[in-house]
Write a protein that binds this ligand. Sequence first.
Ligand SMILES: Nc1ncnc2c1ncn2[C@@H]1O[C@H](COP(=O)(O)OP(=O)(O)OP(=O)(O)O)[C@@H](O)[C@H]1O
Length: 374
Amino acid sequence: MFGIENLTKTFGSGAGRFTAIDGLNLDIQEGELVVLLGQSGCGKTTALRCVAGLESADEGVIRFGDTVVFDSGRGVDVAPEKRELGMVFQSYALWPHRTVRQNISYPLKVRKLTKALKEEKWVEQAADLVDCGPLLDRYPHQLSGGQQQRVALARGLVSRPRLVLMDEPLSNLDALLRVRVRNELHELHQRLGFAGLYVTHDQSEAMALGDRVAVMNKGRIEQIGTPQDVFERPETSYVANFVGITNVLDLVREDGRWRLKAAPDEPVEPASLPEELGAGCQVRFRQSDAVIVPAPTSRSCLRFQATVADSVYVGRSYDVSVSLGDVRLNARADAAVAAGLDRGKPVTVEVPWPACVWFGTDGLRVPVGDLVPS
Ligand SMILES: Nc1ncnc2c1ncn2[C@@H]1O[C@H](COP(=O)(O)OP(=O)(O)OP(=O)(O)O)[C@@H](O)[C@H]1O
């Protein structure tokens, strides 16, 4: 229904020329919410601004169904207010001297949807959707942060746009409110089924809200898929890091045996890893999967020795930071095990084999997960 083809956007010129969007392709189906996830500067906002028409791309095509709103080749660049989009920003961007009703009704006025405004009561309906019906005559400064964000959401939805663009809309809310408004937004999307493009650098927000999540790196989409796909089967080391698989160990194969780069003299088990991993590889795993054990168990796992650097009680268990050569890893320990975990103490860490994600030296995932070593 909505499509971006080969979108490229550069800023500056000459030696200072910078490619913010680099051949981006993306489609969004009717009723689908796609999240652009990526670190600061990877081009998320620029992509959104190009879709909105607030920025003109150098190359590419943007279309809604059969309507082309941008085509660099044919010189098409439809003005933002004619693209039939809803927009919700991080800053809310509510006008302080206008009431909630005036703020929400603005997109209807711009698009001259007089009937929707007067007879069909779209403003009241949008306000009711986000539980702001009783607030219509208030001014923004008379609202809480969460209420202001709901008003901004109502304004984004009021004109029943073809696509709703949301740029970090929850990031000005405190942690508790953020989760609440996020859940409300999810419910609203389930109920209304609007198509949306949502930008965030927050992994949990992306997982909770996206029908599909597109992880961006250097102006390109590095992986796109359902939250489960991206979370459980990250295709690159960058994506893995972004979805919280932040523990990293580099390994090299020498004389048929695997050694840890950070501590070549420390034993690592299994010493024989699948051939698919070549001469060198990287293994990643989540903190929640790296367990400090009092003695080696018999389960199928990656096992190595490390030294305790710090240990923090987090309720029921401990988060333990361990070092291995100059590498720091985050592990966990049950309260009973953690009792004697003083700084400098050697410990055994086990990571269940299925929780290990393997990458080649090129940063691409090597699918060895099912090949349990003997
Ligand atoms: N008007 C501009 N002129 C020059 N460079 C720009 C301009 N706008 C963005 N950039 C650069 O383009 C890159 C992408 O910026 P963009 O705002 O899209 O990133 P982002 O992923 O949304 O980051 P953040 O999460 O920090 O908002 C950045 O390196 C940024 O400095």
